[in-house]
Write a protein that binds this ligand. Structure first.
Ligand SMILES: C[S@@+](CC[C@H](N)C(=O)[O-])C[C@H]1O[C@@H](n2cnc3c(N)ncnc32)[C@H](O)[C@@H]1O
Length: 232
């Protein structure tokens, strides 16, 4: 049986195709809307944390390419976007129009890149649809994929945020929609809990951003740089 997130996102896309009037509407709604505004906010975070010069950005759950589209003019970025829905990946690739960038469909929690390939890993609005065990598995994969000194930027729904909590107590009809496979899982955590998972994975928590322009909270972690070996 396919993992829940693959089934849920495929069903979501099928439903949006029936409900929407244009392809653009389908692919904007599939990632939560605000294609340009949210993409620009994600791009700002990447630019803020980016090292000087060229760097490799890994976008986990890149969806229809909000970040890729916003960053498409940055020549110094090498990019790999991965997602469980091939149609979203195809749309992202078309929107970014960067033949040198890679977009790859995946079907489980595996990052298709060599160890220590990435300078920055972006995971926006993805942990919000995964179970705890899956988030921890991704963080372990991030540690493997990150270069020493590289950073993870992850967004999440904060349980102690009153605005987010409202979504937790969503109307009964939404819960039923998920039970019958018409909606995706929505999961919540807290800064402390997510920070502890970062630390368990070996990441240092560098910064927590309360509600960001993205509409979610953001935690930034870093893979420690190699310790200098002292000569004696
Ligand atoms: C709310 S959308 C956000 C997309 C994108 N990060 C953005 O902010 O525009 C969540 C995305 O995560 C993808 N996704 C869900 N589970 C995933 C998983 N286990 N691995 C990678 N992507 C996943 C979905 O297909 C969807 O494109």
């Amino acid at each position: 049986m396919k993992p829940h997130y693959v089934r849920e996102y495929h069903n979501l896309l099928r439903r949006l195709r029936k409900e929407s009037t244009s392809e653009d509407e389908v692919f904007e709604r599939a990632v939560g809307g605000a294609y340009v505004r949210a993409g620009n906010a994600q791009a700002d975070l990447v630019r803020e944390i980016a090292p000087a010069g060229d760097f490799f950005l890994l976008d986990i759950g890149c969806g229809s390419g909000r970040a890729a589209f916003a960053l498409r003019d940055e020549k110094r970025i090498s990019y790999l976007g991965i997602d469980v829905v091939p149609d979203l990946i195809a749309y992202a690739k078309k929107k970014a129009a960067r033949p040198d960038w890679q977009f790859e469909p995946i079907s489980s929690i595996n990052i298709p890149c060599a160890d220590e390939c990435a300078d920055i890993i972006l995971i926006m609005s993805v942990f919000t649809h995964l179970k705890q065990t899956e988030i921890k598995a991704y963080l372990a994969e991030c540690m493997r994929a990150l270069k020493p000194g590289g950073a993870v930027i992850a967004s999440y729904l904060e349980f102690t945020d009153e605005g987010h909590k409202k979504k937790f107590y969503r109307p009964v009809r939404h819960r039923i929609a998920r039970l019958i496979g018409r909606d995706v899982m929505v999961s919540f955590t807290t800064k402390d809990e997510l920070s502890s998972w970062f630390v368990q994975a070996g990441l240092t928590v560098e910064r927590a951003i309360g509600k960001s322009p993205i509409g979610q909270h953001v935690l930034i972690g870093r893979k420690p740089p190699p310790t200098a070996v002292s000569e004696s």
